[in-house]
Design a binder for this molecule. Structure first.
Ligand code: ADP
Length: 498
């Protein structure tokens, strides 16, 4: 009898291991942080050995602490910080350089060159992405150009490139598997999401040898197994998805039009668009969501909001009008409305669908009657309004009407915020019982591959809602709020360049 699925959730600041039982409930968790490396302003690195060591250790710890043997684990599913780039030696497993983290801006000048060449349009057309330092492709090019000997070794086929999923599976399998899945491949800037292959034209443009690249396998399939000594016995490796796509799967957004929003530091909205990749006119990303074994690949539209929960952190640390993030709810609830106050938390510019790098934070509509409670309320409104803008853009691009929004992440615990979100969208907001949706998604993918769960219908039946927020705002009130928000956004735009 195998009783559990083990999800490995390799995040930007910590590695986590979570055991899920057959009911999809969390049986045990272990977590370990690891160092962030900032060699220069705007540069962010991780030591790949730290990533592997912490991930292996938490996997061992979660089994040890709960007296679960490796033979009780039906399979392992992996989810990971996306886009982070590692190149290592195939013979020794030794990385040639630190991992270049998704946040790292070192390749911004290369991205400017790509745009000046007009090649960004080819990239957009083939990969669904915008040309930005965020994605892996230019990071690979940087390593080839800047680390001595790496280009020659890569051309001789001695090196392997991988995102974090690939690096972990390489290590877990003792160097047997050099693979990734469509959700991770679609974030590299090198993968043609419309024909499902590494793109020769992009590789040639960025001068990246194809010999570096991993094989792309479905997100749910038995790939192989772990080397016995790692966990005490071999365990099957059977699921891979990047964190946001895993969360979408963990929210069981399995049919077109289903969407999830993760409210953390920023917000990440993903909408399932089924087996067609929707080309966005609003600057959203078209991305691959997942692929189940023997099935077609599933596409998604993705939009992110840079500052959402971070605006609440600013109320706490910058303005100091609350002592803890959860306090914002009570303070905001102490007033009926924001009383005409609008807060646009464009601290680092505005993302989709406004795309204005020069926008800055703006607080408008202040009167003598404005209190910190109104500002708190305006902050929650802003978090919900920014997400609404992204979902409206998804509707505009795809023609798909949202039926409900599934939510997770730290700020989704805020019930007033969730109510405001439902009011603004005019559709129910569903908060699930298991909010560890990222790890759950990875577990689901692995569990499906090995028959731990028989089919996706079982997952849909098992997934349960902790609370649904039904829209109840009047149309007039909603229209007024949206009109005010649009005016506030216009005030925030272009601030930085006068
Ligand atoms: P991340 O994974 O990006 O670190 P989390 O999912 O842990 O984010 O969520 C933390 C964020 O959520 C913080 O920005 C915090 O300000 C915000 N947050 C936490 N609790 C609440 C709450 N009750 N209401 C509003 N925001 C909250």
């Amino acid at each position: 009898m195998t009783n559990y699925i083990l999800a490995l959730d390799q995040g930007t600041t910590s590695s986590r291991a979570i055991l899920f039982d057959e009911a999809g409930k969390i049986a045990a968790t272990a977590q370990q942080e690891f160092p962030q490396i900032f060699p220069r302003p705007g540069w962010v690195e991780h030591n790949p050995h730290d990533i592997w060591r912490t991930q292996r250790d938490v996997a061992r710890a979660v089994l040890d602490q709960h007296k679960v043997r490796a033979s009780d684990v039906a399979a392992i599913g992996i989810t990971n910080q996306r886009e982070t780039t590692i190149i290592w030696d195939r013979a020794t497993g030794e990385p040639v350089y630190n991992a270049i983290v998704w946040q790292c801006r070192r390749t911004a000048p290369l991205c400017d060159t790509i745009k000046a060449d007009g090649f960004d349009w080819a990239i957009r057309k083939k990969t669904g992405l915008v040309t930005d330092a965020y994605f892996s492709g230019t990071k690979v090019a940087w390593l080839l150009d800047n680390v001595p000997g790496v280009r020659e070794r890569a051309e001789r086929g001695e090196l392997a490139f991988g995102t974090v999923d690939t690096w972990l599976i390489w290590n877990l399998s003792g160097g047997k598997l050099h693979i990734t899945d469509p959700s991770n491949a679609s974030r590299t800037l090198l993968y043609n999401i419309y024909n499902g292959s590494w793109d020769e034209e992009i590789l040639a443009y960025l001068k990246i040898p194809a010999a570096l690249l991993p094989q792309v396998r479905p997100s749910s399939e038995i790939y192989g197994e772990t080397v016995g000594h790692i966990l005490g016995a071999p365990v099957r490796l059977a699921g891979i998805a990047g964190d946001q796509q895993a969360a979408t799967f963990g929210q069981v957004c399995l049919s077109p039009g289903m969407a999830k929003n993760t409210y953390g530091t920023g917000s990440f909205v993903l909408m399932n668009t089924g087996d067609s990749g929707v080309r966005s006119e609003s600057g959203l990303l078209t991305t691959l969501a997942w692929q189940l074994a023997g099935q077609k690949v599933v596409y998604a539209l993705e939009g992110s909001v840079f500052i959402s929960g971070a605006a609440v952190q600013w109320l706490r640390d910058g303005l100091q009008i609350i002592k803890s993030a959860p306090e914002v709810e009570e303070l905001a609830a102490s007033v009926e409305s924001a009383d005409g106050v609008y807060f646009v938390p464009a601290f680092v510019g505005l993302g989709a669908p406004h795309w204005d790098a020069y926008a800055r934070g703006t607080l408008v509509g202040l009167t003598r009657g404005t209190t910190r409670a109104h500002i708190a309320r305006a902050t929650l409104n802003a978090i919900a309004l920014q997400s609404k803008d992204v979902l409206d853009a998804m509707h505009h691009d795809s023609g798909i009407t949202l039926s409900a929004l599934r939510v997770d992440g730290g700020a989704s615990k805020n019930s007033l915020l969730m109510q405001i979100q439902a009011d603004l969208l005019g559709v129910p907001v569903q908060r699930p019982a298991v909010t560890e949706t990222t790890a759950l998604g990875a577990a689901y993918l692995a569990g499906l591959a090995v028959g731990f769960w028989p089919d996706v219908g079982t997952l849909a039946a098992q997934w349960s809602i902790e609370r649904t927020f039904e829209p109840r705002m009047s149309d007039t009130e909603r229209d007024q709020m949206i009109a005010g928000w649009q005016r506030a956004i216009e005030r925030a735009k272009g601030w930085e360049n006068g």
